[in-house]
Design a protein around this ligand. Structure first.
Ligand code: FES
Length: 118
């Protein structure tokens, strides 16, 4: 799942080995100028979101993870990682990225149409 448009063609980027990603601990993945926070939850699911909080750019990969949420380390806003939605009483959202696991590797899908600098 991701919150960009359905039908957008993706470029799948090899991010990290599934077993290398510690459960409930974020990992920063950089692809060209895009920075993503990648999480593997206790359920085994893997999700990727933009690594900056929509409030004041807190680094989400440094946040505390609880269930499928991450708490921004700067002002504690709670973000539902699979949907990217900031939870009430706050509001806003972060971009989510598609993920898949193949042959023990985690891949992140970046839109091919996105302007990415080299
Ligand atoms: S920067 Fe994330 S809650 Fe303020």
């Amino acid at each position: 799942m991701s919150n960009y448009e359905v039908g957008v063609e993706l470029r799948w980027v090899d991010a990290v080995g599934y077993e290398e990603l510690t459960i409930n601990t974020g990992k920063t993945i950089r692809y060209q100028e895009t920075e993503v926070a990648l999480f593997r939850f206790g359920s085994g699911k893997v999700h990727a979101i933009q690594n900056r909080c929509p409030h004041k750019d807190g680094v989400l990969v440094e946040g505390i993870v609880c269930d499928e949420h991450v708490f921004c380390p700067m002002h504690d806003r709670k973000i539902h990682v699979p949907s990217g939605l900031v939870q009430k009483p706050d509001n806003g959202c972060v971009r989510t990225y598609a993920t898949k696991v193949e042959n023990g590797r985690i891949y992140i899908g970046f839109p091919k149409t996105e302007e990415l600098a080299s």
